[in-house]
Design a binder for this molecule. Structure first.
Ligand code: FAD
Length: 398
């Protein structure tokens, strides 16, 4: 297979490089470089989204008629790789990569007209209300109740691990509208205005000391029935369709970026501290690079499916499980290489606004926080075990 870039693709790569040179401000670049979390700090992510939106590049997977750039799979890959190489901030996936494609496929015309332009521009930001204190992997057991009352539903219950709920204008959520039949048959998909009375948001601080997710409770919350996506009690199909988009992502550029961070630290130690590079570590770094190369090829195949206008399908779970393994291997290498520097907890040093001096070399700063943050890759969006169950059942038909 010839993977060298065509003249058209080389021209496009130059266009992306020029765009990044012109528009990626030093502050955004620094925030991107110091990102140790799997998710970008909210304000930075939204600032970068506005810049991309002005260029028409905020949503590579969306069809042109809804504001997508109309790229080929290769253009999308070039764009992702150039962004990772330049340490741009990353966009938050909830609105752009998850809800948007679902609404394009399953929303009513009124919902598309109302929500898609504001998602694209970043004017409105969404969070995901799927998980509950008693319903994670077994999502169909969710208990949040929605009872019809005139033109509204009245919703009572609780959601948990809701990423960025404290920033969100809207939530896409799963609620129980029937207890008849199989649990999956009584679920509906609702769009909830987070400014409505009856919503309480409580923070949950994660292992890295950051406030990214929350518990959200609903008490007699009124949601207009026009905010139902699909038919009542048919929300499970909508939810699964959206999950395909959540699970489908291009991760090899991110894996390369994380691996480069490890290499930069190892090179720094060898150059300035005369620390010998342990052969076993060199071997592991090279092996990780090979895994990322193989992952990239698999991702390209899936990107080609998406740019041809199809949905990712259950194969997205296969790629997601593989990405999680590889990214965790890379961040484990970072923790291993950083040695005692990894023991220092210094969140202020990676906060661009704070200008706090680092203890130890700058190159070591993100290695341990990245190790801690990327533990989530085998939990969020469905655990590694659940992805493998899906692959076994729906791809391998076991
Ligand atoms: C960083 C992060 C962000 C998140 N953001 C959101 C969000 O914005 N919105 C949202 O709704 N949710 C969010 N989640 C929640 C996430 O979807 C759930 O944590 C996940 O689905 C697992 O559910 P659980 O935590 O209840 O674990 P459980 O379901 O209790 O699982 C516990 C363990 O049992 C295993 N297990 C369970 N069932 C099976 C089975 N059938 N076969 C084999 N093993 C099994 C699991 O793999 C896991 O190891 C987030 C999670 C994380 C970590």
């Amino acid at each position: 297979m010839d993977l060298s870039l065509s003249d058209f693709e080389l021209e496009f790569r130059d266009e992306v490089r020029q765009f990044l040179k012109d528009k990626l401000t030093p502050q955004l670049r620094e925030a991107g470089r110091k990102r140790a979390s799997y998710i970008q700090e909210f304000e930075t992510s939204m600032a970068w989204q506005k810049i991309l939106h002005a260029q028409g590049w905020a949503a590579p997977s969306w069809p042109v008629e809804y504001g997508g750039p109309g790229w080929t799979a290769m253009q999308w890959f070039i764009f992702e790789n150039e962004c990772a190489r330049e340490n741009t901030p990353i966009l938050t996936p909830l609105s752009l990569r998850m809800l948007g494609p679902m609404l394009i496929g399953k929303g009513s015309q009124a919902q598309k007209d109302r929500f898609l332009p504001r998602i694209l521009s970043g004017e409105e930001f969404w969070c995901q209300g799927y998980s509950e204190p008693g319903a994670g992997s077994d999502l169909a057991s969710l208990q949040t109740r929605a009872v019809a009352d005139g033109d509204d539903y009245i919703v009572n219950g609780a959601k948990i691990w809701t990423t960025f709920a404290h920033h969100a204008d809207w939530m896409f959520s799963l609620v129980r509208t029937s207890t008849e039949g199989k649990p999956q048959q009584g679920i509906s998909f609702l769009l909830i205005d987070m400014a409505s009375p009856g919503i309480e948001i409580r923070p949950i601080v994660n292992i890295a000391g950051e406030h990214e997710f929350n518990q959200v409770t609903f008490t007699d919350l009124r949601v207009p029935r026009k905010n139902l996506v699909g038919a009542e009690n048919n929300g499970w199909d909508v939810a699964k369709y959206l999950l395909e988009f959540e699970r489908f992502r291009v991760a090899s550029p991110e894996a390369r970026r994380l691996l480069k961070n490890v290499r930069d630290f190892v090179d720094h130690e060898a150059t300035y501290c005369a620390a010998p590079i342990i052969p076993e570590l060199s071997r592991k770094l090279a092996a990780a690079e090979c895994l990322i190369d193989a992952l990239e090829i698999s991702e390209m195949r899936n990107v080609a499916v998406l740019t041809a206008g199809q949905n990712p399908g259950p194969e997205a779970s296969l790629i997601m499980a593989r990405q999680a393994d590889i990214i965790q291997q890379v961040t484990e290498l970072g923790a291993e290489a950083s040695g005692y520097y990894g023991a220092v907890f210094q969140p202020d040093a990676v906060d661009v606004g704070k200008n706090a001096p680092a203890i130890g070399p700058d190159q070591s700063l993100t290695l341990m926080p990245a190790y801690l943050s990327y533990r989530m890759r085998t939990i969020g969006g469905g655990t590694a075990e659940i992805q493998r169950n899906i692959v076994a059942k729906t791809v391998l038909r076991l």
